[in-house]
Each structure stands twice: as C-alpha cells, then as structure tokens.
Design a protein around this ligand. Structure first.
Ligand code: IMP
Length: 422
C-alpha cells in the first residue's frame, strides 16, 4: 500500500497529526521534499512533538526515511534526534534511513537566504531551502554522502565556495562566513554518525512495496507553495504536490493506492503572497489565537482566512486526492456565520478556478457563500452523527465543492480528537 499525504493549501494544514494517525497501519513513513522549513506537530497524551525534518511517524516508532529529494541541515537533524532521544525515542539505524543523495543545507545557503529575503520580500523561513535546491539543480550540491568523506568534502568546498563568497560580498554580507571552518568541521563530525544511517531510500521504498508492506509518503508545505504550480514567487523551492512523491522517492505512479489531502476548515498563510480570503479584521486575530496559528518553525503569526473552495478545486486536480482530511473544525465553533469562498471576481468576470498569474490572484475578490455557525464545543465529538447540524452542513458543503469524500475530521490536536468517516 503506497499512500501519499500532501497539504492542500499553503502549508500548516495539520499534516503532522494526520500522518501520525494514519501511519499506524503502515510500516514506513518517508519524507520526500523540503527540509527543516517544515514544522509538523504531533500531540500524544498532552505531550507536544515538533518535528521539522524527521518524519511524523517517529512517535509511532515506524521505520523513518528521508528521501533523496529532501534537503538536510545536519545541525537540525542532530538537534531533532537528540531531542527525540531525550524523550524516549532514540533513533538507531534500524529506525531511520537517510538517502546518501539528500542535499546538505550548507551555512552559505542560510546566509544567502537571509541576505536575499530582505530584498525579495518572500518571507522565507531563512533555513537556506531555496539556495540548497539551487545547488541541486545547478549540480553544485554537497550531498549527505559527502559528509562521510573528508577529503572529497574539502575538495568540493574548494571548488564551490569562491562563487558563493563573491555573491555574499555582492549582497553586502560577510564573505568569511561562507567557509566557516568551525561550522564545516561540525558538519563533518555529524557526518561520522550519519554514516550508519545512509541507505538507498528509493530502493527500500520499492522493496517494501514489492513485499506488500505499507509506505506513507509525507509531504511538507502545501500545494500553493509548490515551486511550479504554486503562487510563484511566493513559494517554497520544491514540488509539494502528490506526484512529487513519485519523482522524489523514485516510485512509479502505477504504485500509488491512496492520496490524502489535508485541508484546514479555514485557511492560513505564513509569509507574503496572494491570499484572496484573508480576514484582515479582528476576527482574523481571533481565529489566529484560538487556532494557535503561529509558525512551528519560525513562530511567525499566520495570516488567517475563510475556506477557499476555488483553491481547493485546483488542489484536488493537481494532487488527484482520493480523500481529504479536514482539520481544526473545532476552531470555527462559536462563530455566528461562516463563509466559504466559492468563486473569485476578477475584472468583472466570475472565476471558478484560480487565475494562472500570481499578479491576478492578488487582485481576485472572493465571492462568498454564508453558512450558519454552531455554538457547541465539538472537541469531544467522536462520531459524525454527534456533530451539531450546522457543523455537518459545513463539512457537506466542503465535500460537495471539492468533489472528494472527507475521510477524517480533526476536532483537536490530540490523536483521539478525531472523527473517522471510513
Ligand atoms: P522557504 O521554504 O523557507 O524558502 O520559504 C518560502 C515560502 O514558503 C515562505 O512564504 C514560507 O513562509 C513558506 N513556507 C515554507 N515552509 C513552510 C511550512 O512548513 N509551512 C508554511 N509555510 C511554509
């Protein structure tokens, strides 16, 4: 069984909880793109785990895999492994496998990200993601395997860094930081430990599937942050949609059994970029507070908005969702009215599908349908039949507009605060 889970919005949809929930029935969980820009939160018995790089199956003690399409900051990897160990989840090499070809986020990638983001206004997470992927595409990547061979590592550094130094200098940064020996030696030190974890993730995933095992592919960020199909330039630097799991893990599309889209009952965005249904009034602030909408990675407040069925239409198409998981429904409780954006208005025309150009999306005015809210606290509801009538109606409308069945509804951050529909 090969299942892919992706975010259907701008990230932060609650994928961590859904993956933790789903992966019980799988043997392995594989991250296929992104890096430690992601922040996946898993809550078990009141204990919160914030994962950035390690797949969310960690708390279920599943086999965890970091694929070759991921970019890894070794310091984050070390920190996260130490943190998990302290909390009783020591990851040995039978628990975690890292592909030798996964890219390394180098100190100069982070430096360049910080320097450039000031000018570009994208509002990146400053984790060096874009610059690490530039080097993958530009074929100047240091890969995880390079951290295990000092001689070849320093040779590569010699070759690669003069251009980086020139660039940093040009951008007004301190070029001495590019070849920060102390930091690079730290990387090599981590490399010594990482050696035992290196494994061909693509081969392992395929072998597991051939044996009839279950593998869950864990997406990071969300559909509209996809580097190709998202709201360019306000996107991340990897492909975040379901087919990216096949490309990045080297698994044939023929093998895919299920594709789960995770979508919040409203929508949030962190960083800059078009956001048609953003609520700029006090209500946005109220939702932010109630939903705890602050970045897991950067702590930045997330922008909050009404559920956008127009974007969802595109997300369903791009990902080919077989079913969707709706999260944070409880956050909308207590509102008199709840809005759903069913179309956009642009230059006097009504659009049911998002326009191609980001500039146009900035100008779209949402056309709303208004539904009655519910007053009840639904955090203890475990059966769909126990939900207030208006909450059920809201879910039905989401389902109708998406044209895909809802399989999971999350009404709180704990594992058991969940309604399963199939
Ligand atoms: P980068 O991925 O750090 O380059 O950031 C590019 C854009 O993606 C910025 O708008 C970030 O806020 C956003 N982004 C990156 N990772 C996440 C995430 O895990 N959740 C939400 N937004 C993210």
């Amino acid at each position: 069984m090969f299942t892919i889970v992706t975010g259907a919005q701008f990230g932060d949809e609650g994928k961590g909880k859904i993956i933790d929930l789903l992966c019980e029935e799988y043997d392995a969980v594989a991250r296929f793109q992104g890096g430690d820009n992601a922040g996946h939160t898993v809550v078990v018995n009141g204990e919160k785990f914030k994962l950035h790089l390690i797949p969310s199956g960690a708390i279920r003690k599943k086999r965890l895999l970091i694929g070759p399409g991921v970019v890894v900051n070794p310091l984050s990897l070390k920190r996260e492994m130490e943190e998990l160990k302290k909390r009783g989840f020591e990851l040995k090499n039978k628990d975690l496998g890292i592909d030798p070809r996964a890219g390394v986020i180098m100190p100069y990638h982070i430096l360049l990200d910080e320097l450039c983001d000031r000018k570009s206004g994208i509002g990146t997470t400053h984790r060096g993601i874009g610059f690490a992927y530039q080097d993958k595409i530009g074929r100047e990547e240091i890969q995880m395997i390079d951290l295990t061979d000092e001689e070849s590592f320093w040779k590569k550094i010699e070759k690669i860094t003069p251009l980086k130094e020139a660039l940093v200098e040009r951008l007004g940064g301190d070029k001495r930081l590019v070849r920060d020996e102390k930091r690079l030696k730290e990387y090599l030190e981590i490399g010594k430990n990482v050696k035992d974890y290196l494994t061909d993730v693509s081969a392992e995933v395929n072998e597991r599937l051939e044996r009839g095992e279950g593998v869950l592919a864990e997406g990071a960020q969300g559909t509209f942050l996809d580097v190709i199909h998202g709201t360019h330039k306000y996107v991340t630097s990897s492909s975040t949609i379901s087919s990216s799991a096949c490309v990045n893990l080297g698994v044939s599309p023929k093998k895919v059994d299920r594709i789960v889209g995770v979508v919040k009952a409203y929508i949030t965005r962190v960083g800059s970029g078009p956001f048609p249904t953003e609520i700029s009034s006090e209500l946005g602030e109220k939702i932010r507070k109630k939903g705890g909408e602050f970045g897991t990675t950067t702590g930045r407040p997330r922008r909050c908005g009404w559920y956008d069925a127009v974007l969802m239409r595109k997300a369903v198409r791009l990902n080919g969702y077989t079913d969707i998981a709706v999260t944070k429904l409880d956050v909308l409780g207590g509102l008199e009215k709840i809005k759903i954006c069913v179309a956009y208005e642009l230059d006097g025309r009504e659009l049911e599908y998002p326009p191609e150009r980001t500039e146009d999306l900035f100008r779209c005015i949402p056309v709303y349908e208004e539904l009655e809210g519910w007053k009840e606290d639904i955090r203890n509801v475990r059966e769909i039949s126990q939900l207030p009538k208006n909450a059920k109606r809201y879910l039905e409308r989401i389902e109708e507009l998406a044209g895909v069945p809802i399989s999971i509804v999350s009404v709180g951050e704990e594992r058991d605060q969940t309604i399963l529909l199939k």
